[in-house]
Write a protein that binds this ligand. Structure first.
Ligand SMILES: Cc1cc2nc3c(=O)[nH]c(=O)nc-3n(C[C@H](O)[C@H](O)[C@H](O)COP(=O)(O)OP(=O)(O)OC[C@H]3O[C@@H](n4cnc5c(N)ncnc54)[C@H](O)[C@@H]3O)c2cc1C
Length: 700
């Protein structure tokens, strides 16, 4: 039986990414797909990417988003939207579908949502209602323009970039009449601001330049405000040209009510309720996920065009139908299939991680609101007081993780249910987990994804780096580099992971995962669980070892300033977490696929194929972990005197405390890769048999 008859379709994806019972999300997928494969694809095919300016042709995209309902998707139903509740998963799906064809189209769609995000996360109820409703396209009978927004954090050098603390944008009090609302003067220059060519409003990060304003904040600027609202020159970017990017200049007088989240007046001083840093942290926590998903879509979208190119490579010459050269073309060569499998399995792991992060953010949103409500009720104010109040909950969150890891009959079920019902325990758990999942998704998907896009481009030979390349792979490769850069480049994610990966709740979860993976390895062998368990064990051991290890000068290795240590561990962890998510999705498919008649037919064979792919991906992740672990554990020890067998097993056994344990774990990781290449061979062979359509379903 063919294990992979066709490339995975919607029924399979809905199960794996958990929206089979969400009709609203399925509609979102259909709307974005149709725009991606008509308007966006036509624009790219017609060369619209060859200009930096925002043209009437590109404007068609906005109209298509408006007409399809996608523009209003971010809003609540009472504000004119159509999805109630959190929309992180929905945004991931839109990003996935649009980026399947063009990442710039995805950015164009999501940019107003990014502009609205500060208002959504921390705005006052009035600000939310006002701006959200303005950004929904007019309903029948309404006569108004739909508003578009831009988010302005980044400033011209040497100010805000990676370091969001060095804000040069300033606010001062312009007028403050007795009994009236203060007016503030805003001076802000932006660099690389998306949507700016046509934005009607901007959410801008600014610092205080006035002793009568306590702190930094974010303000809302409108194009009709008194002063200068200059969109500035278009950025001469080589990527995402279906979105508009400019370097704007603002010098505007606005009422203090534009401070996002409001303010109080204390002793004659305006005290913003939220600093710009607090708002940005809340915004990026969510909006980075769809960016990671965008790159995943690129890799998965490359599979079909690459197979078609490989198979057709020698047709039309001397080769005859029925001969391997004619039927398989480049697919006769093992390397061609192996490399494509690497691209595909990476794309799967990325998508699984991205959608898992999106679902987690959806789960987290109401929990965070409930936490805020409880803290207001209990008069717990400010980050420090909140941390103190949450500290005991951390212990309980760890207990919850440990209880969940035990088999049902062997645990205190009542205690588990009590912990699960406590919103502060859930908050503690989900914040620890999302502080790993979200930066890992942005970091690994975009950074490593960009490297793998180069592989996809390479597989198309010279065609890959032409504008005619089917699937626009060359453009996607370059676009991936922007996805790795904007909303915080890799360093920002690595810094966040450096802190969150050693947190007690996440560490407890890693221990629980190791047990769970070992159990799953016995229940469903052949899906790579055991390899991943061994790799997680080695990673966790290395983290613990490095936490007390010192360099020859006696300086600690695990330190915020030692990016050479922490960043490597963060990268290895991202590989591992991505495979974990992929395996979870395969298990979900194996279980739920039975209930869908379309998927049930041939399900076992498909799960086998995916199991091989996951086994291979787990071996790659384990390889990365082994390399990083050895590099860090040995790399900071002085090389012994190299007379004789200095680096042999005898001598190296004494190089550091715990060496035997380390070698045992490394041996386990190496041995756990047994069969991984065989799995790869099988999955790669499937690539030569899978049926693909005659042509891409979008214009070239
Ligand atoms: C097309 C496009 C659209 C954009 N849209 C927007 C937008 O809508 N709104 C907005 O506000 N911004 C936007 N940006 C800006 C984007 O978010 C920034 O470019 C990005 O955050 C990086 O900042 P930077 O360019 O100043 O890089 P820099 O801060 O100069 O970083 C340069 C390099 O140094 C590294 N680096 C920096 N600091 C450290 C450190 N502490 N440790 C180690 N390495 C470090 C970085 O990783 C990077 O590799 C956009 C950018 C582009 C290109």
């Amino acid at each position: 039986m063919e294990r992979l008859r066709t490339l995975p379709g919607d029924d399979v994806r809905q199960i794996m990414w958990r929206f089979a019972d969400r009709y609203d999300l399925q509609m979102v997928v259909q709307s974005s797909r149709s725009i991606a494969r008509t308007t966006a694809a036509r624009l790219v095919a017609d060369g619209a990417r060859n200009t930096h300016d925002w043209t009437p042709e590109k404007e068609e995209l906005l109209k298509a988003f408006d007409a399809s309902g996608l523009t209003g998707m971010f809003m609540e139903p009472e504000q004119g939207g159509f999805i109630a509740g959190p929309k992180n998963l929905a945004m991931c799906l839109v990003a996935y579908e649009l980026s399947w064809v063009d990442g710039g189209a995805a950015t164009c769609n999501l940019a107003t949502d990014l502009a609205l995000a500060p208002i959504h996360e921390r705005g006052t109820p009035e600000q939310k209602d006002y701006y959200m409703t303005k950004c929904v396209p007019p309903q029948p009978g309404e006569d108004r323009e739909v508003w578009r927004g831009a988010f302005a954090l980044t400033e011209p050098l040497p100010y805000v970039g990676v370091d969001t603390g060095v804000v040069s944008g300033k606010i001062r009090i312009a007028e403050w009449k007795e009994g009236e609302e203060p007016m503030i003067q805003v001076e802000k220059r932006g660099r690389f601001i998306t949507n700016m060519a046509f934005a009607n409003f901007v959410t801008a990060a600014v610092n205080t330049d006035d002793e009568r304003i306590k702190s930094s904040c974010m303000v809302i600027l409108e194009e009709g405000d008194e002063g200068i609202f200059d969109p500035g020159a278009p950025t001469l970017k080589m990527v995402h040209q279906l979105s508009a990017t400019n370097d704007p200049v603002f010098s505007l007088k606005v009422p203090a009510s534009r401070i996002i989240g409001g303010y109080t007046i204390q002793d004659g001083v305006i005290v913003p309720n939220y600093s710009h840093g607090e708002i940005i942290a809340a915004v990026f926590q969510r909006t980075r996920i769809p960016v990671g998903v965008m790159t995943a879509a690129k890799l998965l979208s490359a599979v079909e065009p690459v197979i078609r190119y490989q198979r057709g490579r020698f047709r039309g010459g001397e080769s005859k139908p029925g001969t391997p050269r004619y039927e398989l073309g480049l697919q006769q060569n093992e390397d061609a299939n192996h490399r494509l499998l690497d691209v595909w399995s990476t794309g799967e792991a990325m998508a699984s991680l991205g959608f898992a992060a999106g679902r987690m953010a959806d789960e987290f949103d109401p929990i965070e609101k409930e936490k805020d409500r409880l803290f207001i009720e209990q008069a717990i104010k400010g980050p420090r007081a909140q941390l103190k109040a949450l500290k005991p909950k951390e212990q309980e969150a760890m207990e919850m993780v440990q209880l969940r890891a035990r088999p049902e009959g062997e645990r205190d079920q009542a205690r588990l249910e009590a912990l699960e019902a406590d919103p502060l325990v859930q908050y503690s758990y989900l914040s620890a987990m999302s502080n790993v999942y979200i930066p890992a998704c942005k970091l690994w998907n975009t950074g490593y994804g960009c490297q793998m896009m180069r592989e996809a481009v390479a597989m198309m030979g010279g065609y890959g780096i032409t504008e005619d390349c089917p699937g626009f792979l060359g453009q996607k490769w370059m676009d991936a580099q922007l996805e790795a850069t904007y909303e915080g480049p890799e360093v920002v994610q690595r810094r966040q992971l450096s802190i969150s990966m050693t947190g007690p709740v996440f560490s407890a979860q890693v221990t629980a995962w190791i047990d769970e993976l070992k159990r799953r390895a016995q229940e469903t062998p052949g899906r790579g669980h055991c390899t991943l368990a061994a790799a997680f064990e080695l990673w966790a051991w290395t983290v613990e070892h490095l936490q007390s290890a010192k360099d020859p000068e006696g300086k600690p290795l695990m330190h915020g300033r030692r990016q050479g240590v922490t960043f490597q561990l963060a990268d290895a962890l991202s590989w591992l977490v991505a495979v974990k998510c992929f395996m979870d999705d395969i298990d979900e498919l194996a279980e739920k696929g039975q209930m869908n008649p379309v998927v049930a037919e041939g399900l076992d064979a498909l799960v086998d194929f995916y199991g091989d792919m996951a086994t291979w991906q787990a071996a790659r992740a384990a390889g990365e972990t082994g390399r990083v672990a050895a590099d860090l554990v040995f790399g900071y020890i002085l090389h012994p005197d190299c007379a004789g067998e200095c680096c042999g097993p005898e001598a190296s056994g004494n190089l550091f405390d715990g060496a035997e344990e380390f070698y045992a774990l490394r041996r386990k990781v190496d041995a756990a890769a047994a069969g991984a290449r065989l799995a790869k061979d099988r999955a790669a062979a499937d690539l030569t048999k899978v049926m693909i359509p005659e042509a891409l379903d979008y214009p070239l």
